[in-house]
Design a protein around this ligand. Structure first.
Ligand SMILES: NC(=O)c1ccc[n+]([C@@H]2O[C@H](COP(=O)([O-])OP(=O)(O)OC[C@H]3O[C@@H](n4cnc5c(N)ncnc54)[C@H](O)[C@@H]3O)[C@@H](O)[C@H]2O)c1
Ligand SMILES: N[C@@H](CCC=O)C(=O)O
Length: 542
């Protein structure tokens, strides 16, 4: 077909409420019951074929009920990784030669399947495997994932439309080639949408991918791979390997055809991958593109003019939704003494104490458990250190219980010392540090908070005084890639608040935007001269 297609205009997927007594709630409940009753073989998918990894098995469990095994996966071995890389390379020529519209149609179909018949399955898998509440699963596994699929197609088309100028007598063109080689996508446990987006975005632009999901997100990742297949993704375009990824990295990072890494996860892991690529730099055919979105220590700073109830709600939702396991989660707050004394303290502590964390298959809970034993132990140890610290006191929560699930209570820590680890270390759990300051010190506190932590992902300022907002916004310009005024620092929506941070928080390539898709193409410039000159002499030569 010869045509310049326009892709469907993307719209953000409406969020379902799952109110008691509604058919949508019953249908999701049934999907949760069905998936909870199975014990799946969580296979790899290489070249379109499912097979178990060749390494040690590991259980994928419900974090809120860790005795309940949802499925068993195996760590991929070096041989598995070599097969995945070979499958990606074999699929590359046919996939990149498919017109963009055909590749886009696969992902638009995936979006519609997920919006309809696959919605309950992906949501249920995310509730069970990652311990998300219904509301948190819906905004992630359904809405954000659907948005990534649809908006990426829109932005991909925008990339292709980007063309150079042409002087008379010639036609200059960009051929937006995919990268030469394969892309290695490594994804975190906390968002089903991110896990789907990281292999999808390079694939849309014509690349083939080796995808390594997090072991603790493997349950939903399994269904994501099935969704891509149901949408018509050809074998070998996305090859999913399971496990911790150590053997996969040994193979993939040493391969001459490694063309890019699309990573989201901790700062430490991304630094390790970057360092390894640096060490192997002479191995590669081309410089691998490194895209990494990493950790955060996200702040909320209130001015004395802030509206108190909005501030409290933002702190509660920003810090404690999904048990604080969002890279964007509010984990340090700076509150003026006047507001703190006049109600914010009492409201915040009461709200934190009232939150119910429990078995999220009971839809009435606000939240669930933290992801695994490693996270639980890390938070328990941090709480012990905080309790032993002279400058801090636990004002709410502060307890942890792993008898049935990995539960850590929503915790508020008041701390005099703004340099304390509670304001600098990413715990990635439901622990909020609060520094209370004398009202007149607002600008000084903003300046300290600006670089108290090495990260620069998200941050919020609460104020009604426009000059205070302007001053804080200016002083914090480089302290957050996503900056909020009078809103919580979480919950970025694809297409509306393109997401990503700098400093130790990543390469800031803004997932789900044109900026990210640009990283997965390597344009060839073509100049065609319609009537080539036939005389080599300059006019001045006579
Ligand atoms: N900035 C963002 O957009 C964003 C979004 C979500 C999560 N995060 C960050 O992610 C972190 C939490 O996620 P996590 O605990 O899954 O992070 P993690 O770094 O422990 O793991 C991320 C992924 O890397 C894999 N991995 C680890 N070492 C590897 C290696 N040598 N080779 C190949 N793969 C390897 C893991 O198995 C997992 O799939 C937090 O720091 C959070 O801030 C950032
Ligand atoms: N995009 C999500 C965060 C993803 C990281 O975990 C938000 O804005 O809350």
């Amino acid at each position: 077909m010869d045509a310049v297609f326009s892709v469907p205009e993307p719209r953000n997927e409406p969020i379902r409420a799952y109110a008691p007594g509604t058919p949508e709630r019953e249908s999701l409940k049934a999907a949760v019951d069905t998936l909870a009753g199975e014990r799946l073989d969580l296979t790899m998918t290489i070249g379109g074929r499912q097979r178990p990894g060749g390494g040690e098995p590991f259980d994928v469990v419900q974090p809120h009920n860790h005795a309940h095994v949802l499925g068993v996966a195996h760590h991929a071995t070096a041989a598995d990784a070599r097969d995945a890389v070979a499958a990606a390379k074999a699929a590359a020529p046919a996939w990149r030669d498919l017109p963009f519209s055909e590749r886009a149609a696969v992902f638009l179909r995936a979006a519609d399947l997920l919006s309809g018949p696959w919605r309950d399955r992906l949501n249920a898998a995310t509730i069970l495997g990652q311990s998300k509440s219904v509301a948190q699963a819906e905004i992630d596994a359904a809405c954000e994932f659907i948005d990534f699929l649809r908006f990426n197609v829109h932005f991909g088309q925008q990339v292709l439309a980007e063309q150079p100028f042409s002087s008379p007598g010639m036609w200059n063109r960009f051929d937006h080639r995919p990268l030469e080689g394969f892309v290695y996508a490594i994804t975190p446990f906390n968002f089903t949408a991110i896990a789907g987006n990281l292999p999808m975005a390079p694939a849309l632009m014509g690349n083939t991918v080796v995808w390594k999901p997090s072991p603790t997100q493997q349950f939903a990742a399994h269904f994501t791979m099935r969704l891509f297949e149901a949408a018509g993704l050809p074998p070998g375009v996305i090859n999913m390997v399971t496990g911790d990824g150590l053997a996969v990295s040994e193979v993939a990072l040493a391969d001459p055809d490694l063309a890019g890494i699309h990573f989201t996860g901790s700062t430490g892991t991304f630094k390790l991958l970057t360092r390894t690529v640096g060490q192997n730099i002479d191995t590669y055919r081309t410089y691998p593109r490194l895209v990494g979105e990493t950790g955060g220590k996200d702040f909320v700073i209130a001015h004395p003019s802030a509206e108190p109830s909005g501030l409290v709600t933002a702190l509660v939702r920003g810090a404690f939704e999904y048990q604080g396991q969002k890279c964007s989660a509010a984990s340090r707050a700076y509150v003026p003494a006047s507001l703190w004394r006049d109600g914010v303290r009492d409201e915040l502590l009461a709200a934190a104490e009232s939150l119910s964390y429990g078995d999220v298959t009971d839809f009435s809970h606000f939240g669930g458990a933290v992801i695994d034993r490693r996270a639980f132990d890390k938070h328990a140890a941090a709480l012990d250190r905080i309790k032993g610290s002279a400058s801090c006191s636990v004002a709410a929560g502060g307890t942890a219980d792993d008898s049935t699930g990995f539960f850590v209570r929503p915790t508020v820590v008041e701390c005099d010392d703004p340099g304390h680890e509670v304001f600098t270390t990413e715990y990635f759990g439901p622990i909020l540090g609060v520094h209370v300051f004398e009202d007149a010190r607002f600008d000084e506190v903003v300046a300290q908070a600006e670089s108290a932590a090495p990260y620069a992902l998200t941050g919020a300022v609460f104020a009604t005084d426009r000059q205070a907002i302007e001053r804080a916004s200016h002083a914090l310009r480089f302290a957050a890639g996503n900056f909020y005024v009078n809103d919580k620092p979480t919950g970025a929506v694809v297409g509306q608040q393109p997401f990503g941070g700098a400093r130790a928080s990543g390469t800031n390539d803004k997932a789900g935007s044109v900026l990210n898709l640009l990283r997965w193409v390597s344009p060839r410039t073509i100049k065609e001269t319609f009537v080539p000159p036939t005389d080599h002499r300059y006019p001045h030569m006579g």
